[in-house]
Design a protein around this ligand. Structure first.
Ligand code: GCB
Length: 773
């Protein structure tokens, strides 16, 4: 039989059968239309047999539940030091042609050690590895316990992610493949494993980006032989972070019984009746049983953080009610933030085989209307940062120490949120966000998209569905971002975003869907389809550089325009300035720490003005920390807009942000409290506040109406009407909250708060010698 060779799209334009023609830029052809689920290059598919075999290999489109141990499950990590080799740049197919996956890589050529998980780029001293474009190969060898076979365990191999396209081989055979990075890959390997000898696991990963991949990129061929060697090409992409690649997240084998929990969905709702909360969990369990057996039965047990049983259920889908719940609150919104219960899910097969899976559940409900977002009925103001998975040596590789440090810094800042700019982050990071009460704007890898053809749209929708499936049970995730800075003034963006946003809403109607925009308010065609609007603006940095005095006017004017045109909550998702740590210049000057700080202070004044107007939902600084960029002349190796250096040391801007974010948290809580009490009652301690000052309960009628409109919701009709401006949003989760919280006493309090913050800003300005407009 011909070798089973899977070549993903990405070598296609490099040397795989494409003529080098005399043009400077072109797009490599990359999809094989005969294989809907696969992207193949043109070589080395040599026989029909190969093609048939290729279609038999599944593409992983869902990574499955995160591996967890339980009485019925074992987890075996495969992380460590693996063998590694690049395919030569001028011969990308070599590994496939020479069947590198059939034997240990060390027997077919030179290998080096490579850390898994890690991006491979910055780990070695080899510039070719850092700058590589094309295929890279990894392998490792391992044993599994023989008893797994005796006990008839089902065994699953799972990668947290491999960036970007990958083919995975076990014992010489391709077992699965995946399109794109940042999302998990799962394969049932029960029958591919060897239980009495060593196993060989090989991964081929390709980091090439094309106009059809998400994110997009272009290969530029330089064909002028007087200036470049033959076959010379380079990868370009429309984003400023370094294009790290490799096996960047943990790799596990785990076992389940033959009857097993396949998937779980939970939707949590929160009810507030005269200051007293209750909550519900709607759950839906999917299980699999061996052929010929009846469907498994299910039971669920909700335990609190002390493992005390709270409530249980005995069906595969249903609703659990939790009276007097400890709700999931964001950091600094309640003395107890990030509280989670555990939902133990048990399935029992018809032959009494049992599988148990523990799922963390935070009880919270997000809602939104045309002017704001609420959590558990309380108005939410989002204060945070855009981030990156980025650190020296590891690149985007998961590192527990780094993650713990980053959450410590976020909390030190007083931030209550971050955005997973510009791709889904590791599940281990999301776990910390859930546990620490840090809210997440969960963003897809669709950065800087343009073109918007149907193939890209379908790929984008597939990515959104896979991504939402991964993160939909997480309390920290409060909204989905379908992407960052699309070229949304292109005509095709209109239908494109309608489709992608609607597919995302269908996948999860319980959270607002957004995109982070950068086109002008008058030319953008995506905002109309979004529930909430985030905009990136770099006044006095990319425009009017050096003129800090224009920030307030420009910011206030523009964000008012977005709200008034689209009648949605609006927030700023990126703003900031680069600063070289240690560069001090007074009066402030671009790239100095003073300039970055003064720019933030001017923005703070503008945000307080916008907050007073009732539609401004949040502020997010770009960026949490400095991060590596491609090599370019306008940046000193990194994007320097971090509040922290790449090694996580604070710059001057971090100190003022910390003051602002803690102030915001304090005032927002205290103003909300004032709204629910008379001023005389207003001296309760924060411990006593838990649960008593929230917005009055939605009355039963309103909720019933919401439920009804949710179940009957017709997206097409809704969109048509929304486009005509006839309706706002009527889906469940929408509350008419403005009249509830913009009562007089709160308005007064908010204005006092703004005044107090202004005093703080003035004080900083005075100390630093800044002039504020
Ligand atoms: C942006 C992008 C972000 C960049 C930033 C910058 O608008 O969304 O990815 O890093 O600008 O610093 O230029």
């Amino acid at each position: 039989m011909g070798p089973l060779i899977l070549i993903l799209l990405l070598c296609a334009g490099l040397s795989c059968g494409l003529d080098i023609i005399n043009q400077e830029e072109r797009v490599p052809k990359s999809f094989n239309d005969n294989h809907e689920n696969f992207m193949f290059a043109t070589l080395p598919i040599q026989t029909e047999d190969d093609i048939v075999n290729q279609t038999e290999v599944p593409v992983s489109s869902w990574g499955g539940l995160y591996p967890q141990t339980s009485v019925s499950r074992e987890v075996k990590p495969l992380d460590g030091v693996w063998s590694f080799r690049l395919s030569p740049k001028d011969d990308p197919d070599k590994g496939f042609r020479e069947l590198w996956f059939e034997k240990p890589l060390s027997t077919t050529g030179t290998v080096i050690a490579m850390a898994v998980p890690s991006s491979y780029n910055e780990v070695t001293e080899d510039k070719n590895i850092r700058e590589h474009v094309g295929w890279a190969w990894y392998d490792t060898q391992f044993y599994v316990p023989a008893r797994w076979q005796d006990e008839k365990k089902r065994v699953v191999l799972r990668f947290g992610s491999v960036t970007y396209n990958s083919i995975i081989y076990l014992n010489g055979k391709a077992i699965t493949s995946h399109l794109g990075g940042h999302l998990p890959i799962m394969a049932d390997v029960t029958s591919s494993l060897m239980y009495s000898s060593k196993n060989l696991l090989t991964v081929a990963v390709n980091n090439t980006l094309t106009p059809e991949t998400i994110p997009q990129g272009t290969i530029i061929f330089h064909n002028d032989l007087s200036r470049y060697p033959p076959g010379y090409f380079e990868q370009k992409y429309n984003f400023d972070f370094f294009n790290f690649a490799g096996i960047d997240r943990p790799v596990f084998l785990y076992t389940t019984p033959q009857t097993y929990v396949d998937n779980i969905r939970v939707i949590t709702k929160v009810f507030n009746t005269q200051g007293s909360y209750s909550a519900s969990i709607e759950y839906d369990i999917t299980s699999q049983s061996p052929a010929g057996q009846d469907n498994a039965s299910c039971s669920v047990f909700l335990v609190d953080a002390n493992d005390t049983l709270v409530v249980n259920g005995s069906s595969c889908s249903g609703t659990l009610t939790v009276s007097q719940p400890q709700l999931w609150w964001p950091y600094l919104m309640d003395p107890i933030a990030g509280y989670q219960y555990t939902l133990w899910v048990r399935v029992t097969g018809s032959l009494d085989e049992i599988d148990e899976y523990p799922l963390k559940v935070g009880l919270r409900e997000v809602a939104w209307n045309t002017s704001g977002v609420t959590i558990n009925g309380r108005p939410l103001y989002i204060r945070g940062c855009g981030k990156h998975e980025d650190a020296d040596i590891r690149g985007k590789g998961y590192d527990a120490a780094l993650v713990v440090k980053d959450f410590a810094l976020l909390k030190w800042l007083g931030a209550n949120s971050f955005r997973t700019s510009h791709y889904p982050y590791a599940e281990e990071i999301m776990d910390r966000a859930d546990a620490e009460g840090i809210m997440v704007i969960d963003e897809s890898p669709a950065i800087g998209l343009s073109g918007f053809d149907p193939a890209l749209r379908d790929r984008h929708i597939a990515v959104m569905e896979e991504f939402i499936m991964r993160d939909r049970n997480r309390p920290s995730v409060i909204m989905w971002s379908v992407g960052n800075e699309p070229k949304s003034s292109q005509l095709a963006a209109d239908d494109y975003f309608r489709a992608v946003v609607n597919a995302s809403k269908l996948a999860d109607p319980t959270r607002p869907v957004t995109a982070v925009l950068s086109e002008s308010v008058n030319s953008d065609l995506a905002a109309q389809w979004l529930d909430v609007i985030w905009v990136n603006r770099y006044f006095s940095w990319y425009s009017d550089t050096g003129h800090l005095e224009v920030i307030q006017r420009q910011t206030v004017t523009e964000f008012q325009e977005w709200h008034s045109k689209f009648q949605r909550p609006v927030g700023i998702s990126e703003y900031g300035a680069g600063s070289i740590p240690g560069l001090h210049m007074g009066p402030s000057f671009t790239w100095s720490e003073e300039y970055q700080t003064e720019l933030l202070l001017n923005n703070f004044k503008a945000f307080d003005d916008l907050r007073d107007q009732g539609f401004f939902m949040g502020e997010m600084i770009w960026n949490f920390a400095d991060f590596l960029t491609p090599q370019e002349y306008n940046r000193p190796a990194m994007c320097m807009k971090g509040l922290f250096t790449r090694t996580r040391q604070p710059k001057m801007a971090a100190q003022v942000t910390r003051a602002r974010y803690h102030d915001l948290a304090e005032w927002d809580n205290s103003c909300e409290r004032r709204q629910g009490s008379t001023p005389d009652e207003d001296d309760s301690t924060s411990e006593e506040l838990n649960g008593i000052f929230a917005i009055p309960a939605k009355d039963a009628r309103l909720r019933a109406k919401e439920e009804e409109s949710f179940s009957e919701f017709d997206y097409d009709d809704f969109e048509a009407k929304r486009k005509e401006g006839e309706v706002l949003d009527t889906r469940r989760g929408i509350v008419e909250r403005s009249s509830e919280f913009l009562v007089q006493s709160q308005a007064q309090c908010l204005s006092d708060a703004a005044a107090s913050r202004q005093t703080r800003v003035q004080a900083f300005a005075h100390v630093f010698g800044f002039g504020l407009a």
